[in-house]
Each structure stands twice: as C-alpha cells, then as structure tokens.
Design a protein around this ligand. Structure first.
Ligand SMILES: Nc1ncnc2c1ncn2[C@@H]1O[C@H](COP(=O)(O)OP(=O)(O)OP(=O)(O)O)[C@@H](O)[C@H]1O
Ligand SMILES: [Mg+2]
Length: 596
C-alpha cells in the first residue's frame, strides 16, 4: 500500500488539523477523562475493600458483623458507581468522536463538490465514496477506541501499580519483572497482527472495488451474459477476503489467549510467592488476595492497549488519505474579489468568444487546437463532427468544467475565469447528452431543490417544453420519486426534464449536447419543440447528431480532430460540398454513433 508511506511532516500537519476539529469538544473530552478516572477508581477500590474485610475486620470476630455488612454495601455501591461512570465516559467519547466526524464528512463533501471536472477524471467515484464513508468512520474509532483506551487503560495500569506498591513493595517489584516479558510478546505479535490486518483490509477494498465496478457495468454484464463469469471472479475475491479475515481473527485469538495464559502463570507465581510470605507471616492473607486480584486486572488493560494498535494503524492510513484529498486545491477557482467581474442576468447580452484556444485533458496532448469562434448574442449555433472530434470538450470549456490551456473564453467580453462560478453557471444552462437526475421528485429535479421556486412555475415550464404529458403518465405525477440516473426514463425523456430546468432558471446561454441514443420519432419531435421553446431569445450552442435539429441553425460548425474545419449555414455547407456534405450523405445522421 503506497498509502502508508506518508512523510512524517504531512502526517503531523494532518494530526494538527484533526485536533482543530476536536477543539470544540474539549470540555466533553475533559469530562470524559474525569468519568474515566472515577470509573477506574471505583473498580480498583473493590479488592482493597475485600482485603480490609479479611485482614482488619474478620479477626475481630462477632463484633465485626455490622462492619462486614457495611463493607458489602460499599462494594455493591462501588460497582454501581463504576457502571455509571463507564457508561457516561463511553457516551461522552462517542458524542465528541461522532461530532468531529460529522463535521469532517460535511467539509469533505463540500471540498469534493468544489473540485473541477479533472479531479473526477483522476479520482474514481468508488474511492471517493470510501473516503466519505469509511475513512471518516475510522477517524471516529480513533476518538472512541484508541484515545479512550490510551486514557482508560493507561490510567488503570498506573493506578494498579500504585496500589500494588502501597500494599507490598516486594511483591510489586516481582510484578514489575513481568513488564519486559509482556512488552516482548506485544512487539512480536504487533508485527504479526499488522500484516494480517493489512492483508484483510487490502482484500476488502479489492472486493468493494470489484462489486462497485460490476454494479456500474450491470447493463453490459447482462447484455453479454457475463453473470456466470463475473460470479466466478467475485467468488475468488470473496474467498481471498474470507481467508485473510480468518487469518486475522486467528492471530487475534492467539494473542489474547497467550495473554490469558501469561496472566494465569503470573497468578500461580503470586500464589506460590505470596503464599510463602503469608506462611512466614510477612504479609497478611488479605494483602495476598488483593494482589492476586490486581494481577488479574493488570492484564486486561495491557491487552486492550495492544489491540488498539491495529485501529491506530488504520486511523493513520485513513487520515493520510483524507489529508491528501483535503490538500487538493480546486483547479477551477473563483477569481479574487478584486479581479472579479460581475455578470448580471438583467443586463447580460449572451455574446460568446473563444479566442484562439487550445485545450487538452493531459499535459501536451491537445484535443482542441486553435479554435477561434465568435458567437453573436442570440445566435443559434449547431456543432457537428465525428466521435471524439472535441465537441463536448468545447462546450465544457464554456461551463468552466475545465480551463483552457491557451487563449481565453469570454462571455460578453469578460474572461470567464474572472466571473464567479455561481454567476457563470446561472448564465449558462446545460442540457447534457445523457442527463443525470438526482434521487428526488420530478418537481425537485426541475427546480433543483430550490424551494423558493413554486410548483406552478415548474408545471408551467414542463408544459411549455411538452414534458407534462410524460410526467402525468408517471405514477405520482410531479411527485414521483426518481432514482439515481433517473431510471425508468429514457435519455430523451430526461432531456425534456432538463429543458424545463432551463426555462425555470432562465440562463442567457443554452448548451445542448443532443442525445445519441435511439429516440422514437414522437420523443424526437417533443425534443425539437422543447428546443425551439428553450432557445428563444438565448444564445444557443447545440451539439447535434440529427440533421433536423440544426437544419435551420444560423451557423453550423463542423469539427474534426479538435479543429473547426468548415462553418456556415446548412445551404452554404452543402454548396461547399466538403466534409459536412459527406457526413450528411451518410444515412442522414450527422455523426457516427458515439460511445458513452
Ligand atoms: N475526461 C476526459 N479525460 C481525458 N480525455 C478525454 C476526456 N473526455 C474526452 N476526452 C478525449 O478528448 C477527445 C475529444 O472528446 P469529446 O468528448 O470532446 O468528443 P466529442 O466530439 O464530444 O465526441 P462524441 O460525439 O462521441 O460525444 C477524445 O479523444 C476523448 O477521448
Ligand atoms: Mg460528446
């Protein structure tokens, strides 16, 4: 895992950031520590009480009965106190840990949504989901398990030793000899456990990635009857995970039982050594009893702390991963307030200029070269070209999904890098090739969850673009819940809903990437009408795959290999008898069908 090789400096900074998140909860943590102290105190006083009963009370004979009753009651009370404070302590730590993590999740989500599209080209969605869900959860474990254990078990060990020394120095010293032995075993096992743990984690993430990929590609799998093959591959991954998991569990059990055995051996030694001391009347029997109890209690916290080592490791890995994500500065940034220009919807004209631009997704490989394009306000532009010609790339620059490598894109004469993104996105409306719908109602999808836009406005817009017929056929009309990818609706139908969005938000510039999916002639006609309606009074750029969509365009651009090779009206281009005319002769479609 490359993840673990994080320079110490980066990690330190990451920890500092984490502490900043914990700061608002410092009083909760403090109270938690206090409760821990009280809970441990109550637990450790119990053997002492028994020792008092045996050594100081019983020898007094009949007269001691009342005191014994009181000791019994106190013992019970101590148990209750211990219970109450451990309960409080666990709750307080959970509350602080969960609070920190909720904030972390929120900030991470915001951070991710502020990134430009190139970020999502580099980070697969599956791994971002893991970051957002399980990595943040691991951070929670740091607070609720690692930190808690360090405090609780560390304190227990110190207090147990203090009590032992108070009881009998010689026996306490003997117990100290155990420490290096325990440390030795812990070190050996730690290495062993870590490897097992890492293997099982790595295998789990492989399994998750495999599952995610399969779910995303379900259409393909079913189309090619790959279910059996994929099940087989899944079974392999699953088996490996199972084996890795069992190995991890075995190591943990082995470690725990070794500690148990060591504990029992120590008790046996204590019985032998302490028993002799009792016989020689060097200590009293009650002291021996208390000692044996403490030796037993001593192994539990040590065991706990060692086990937290694993959790700490996974916390560090998660922390590194999150930190690396948080350190990614959005490539597409809003201008500094001093440089910002204002694009007001009321006064906006809708002029668009691409000034000798060059653009590539990767360094040095340009997909758009030397594109110089000037569009008048209200002009209707059609863009055609073969698959991979750079049509979608061109319009994505206008929305600033990416920034140009050279040249500039301007709206109403303003470089779009100087326009705050919120204003830019309000000015340019997009209807995607394969529109994405959010999980939510049809209503919410048209108004994009903006409650201030009334139901009537939405219904009116849907009527105007001709989507009302389709929506009224849905089970709950405008309140029908759509799921991810708008399942149940075709690409064309989803485009209709996107057109309604355009009418609701009234951008001055409209960008449409026409669906390439097969559409029945009825839906095609609806889209055409919706487009006519939505392009009224707007500068419109349409990537067209159907001749009918752009036959009447003011200007048609023909793209090939990242360049505009021809432009003019439909008639002009046919007269030129160039690439466009050739495309047109091919079955009436303007571009070869493309991949998604
Ligand atoms: N996110 C991306 N990362 C890297 N390369 C990309 C990305 N998107 C597109 N490309 C590449 O850029 C080139 C232009 O792609 P683009 O999507 O703009 O073509 P297009 O003209 O819209 O094609 P289509 O008609 O198939 O939609 C292609 O070579 C493509 O492989
Ligand atoms: Mg495209």
């Amino acid at each position: 895992m490359a993840d673990r090789e994080q320079p110490a400096a980066g990690r330190q900074q990451a920890f500092r950031t984490l502490l900043r998140y914990a700061r608002p909860y410092r009083f909760v943590f403090l109270t938690g520590f206090l409760c821990t102290f009280l809970a441990i105190g109550a637990d450790l006083l119990q053997p002492w009480l028994v020792k008092y009963a045996i050594d100081d009370t019983l020898p007094r004979g009949e007269a001691a009965v009342r005191t014994l009753i009181w000791i019994g009651v106190s013992y019970a009370l101590l148990s209750v106190v211990g219970f109450v404070f451990s309960f409080l302590q666990a709750n307080l730590f959970q509350r602080a840990g969960q609070g920190v993590v909720a904030q972390l999740r929120k900030d991470l989500f915001r951070h991710i949504t502020r990134q430009g599209m190139s970020f999502f080209d580099r980070h697969p969605i599956g791994s971002l989901v893991t970051n957002e869900s399980s990595d943040t959860e691991t951070i929670n474990q740091f607070f609720t398990q690692v930190l808690l254990s360090l405090v609780r078990d560390g304190l227990s060990i110190v207090m147990i030793f203090a009590l032992m020394f108070a009881l009998d120095v010689r026996l306490a010293l003997f117990c100290l000899i155990l420490c290096p032995i325990i440390a030795g075993i812990a070190v050996v096992y730690r290495k062993f456990l870590r490897t097992a743990y890492q293997r099982s984690r790595a295998q789990l993430s492989r399994l998750i990635a495999f599952t995610a990929e399969n779910l995303a590609g379900m259409g393909l799998i079913q189309a090619f009857h790959q279910q059996k093959e994929q099940s087989g591959r899944f079974q392999d991954q699953n088996d490996q995970y199972l084996r890795a998991n069992l190995k991890e569990v075995r190591s943990t059990i082995l470690f725990n039982r070794t500690f148990d055995v060591l504990g029992n051996v120590s008790v046996a030694f204590m019985v032998w050594l302490g028993g002799r001391a009792v016989l020689h009347r060097e200590i009293e029997f009650g002291v021996l009893y208390a000692f044996i109890s403490y030796v037993r209690q001593f192994f539990q916290p040590i065991n706990q702390i060692t086990q937290q080592w694993n959790t700490l490791q996974s916390t560090l890995v998660s922390l590194d991963r999150l930190w690396r994500l948080f350190s990614v500065q959005p490539e597409i940034r809003d201008p500094a307030p001093a440089d910002a220009l204002e694009l007001r919807p009321e006064t906006m004209k809708g002029r668009v200029d691409f000034d000798r631009i060059r653009f590539g997704y990767a360094e040095g490989r340009y997909v758009l070269e030397d594109v110089d394009l000037h569009i008048r306000p209200g002009e209707f532009i059609g863009i055609v070209g073969t698959t991979g010609a750079g049509k979608s790339s061109l319009v994505s620059l206008l929305l600033r999904f990416y920034d140009v490598s050279q040249g500039s894109v301007r709206i109403d004469g303003m470089d779009i890098r100087q326009i705050p993104q919120e204003q830019l996105h309000r000015a340019v409306g997009l209807v995607q090739q394969d529109p994405f719908l959010f999980s939510g109602t049809v209503l919410d999808n048209v108004r994009l969850f903006r409650e201030e836009i009334s139901r009537e406005t939405v219904i009116e817009a849907c009527r105007e673009v001709g989507a009302d017929g389709l929506i009224s056929r849905l089970s709950h009309g405008y309140d029908t819940r759509l799921s991810e990818r708008g399942s149940g609706l075709s690409a064309g139908e989803r485009q209709l809903i996107s057109f309604a969005r355009v009418l609701v938000f009234q951008p001055k510039i409209l960008v449409l990437d026409e669906a390439t999916a097969h559409m029945d002639s009825y839906t095609e006609r609806l889209i055409k009408q919706a487009l006519d309606k939505a392009s009224e009074g707007r500068t419109t750029l349409i990537i067209a795959h159907r001749l009918s969509t752009i036959r009447h365009a003011d200007r048609i651009l023909v793209m090939r290999d990242g360049r505009i090779v021809e432009q003019g009206t439909h008639g002009d281009l046919l007269r030129q008898d160039g690439y466009y005319a050739e495309l047109q002769r091919h079955s009436g479609l303007l571009a070869t069908p493309n991949r998604k």
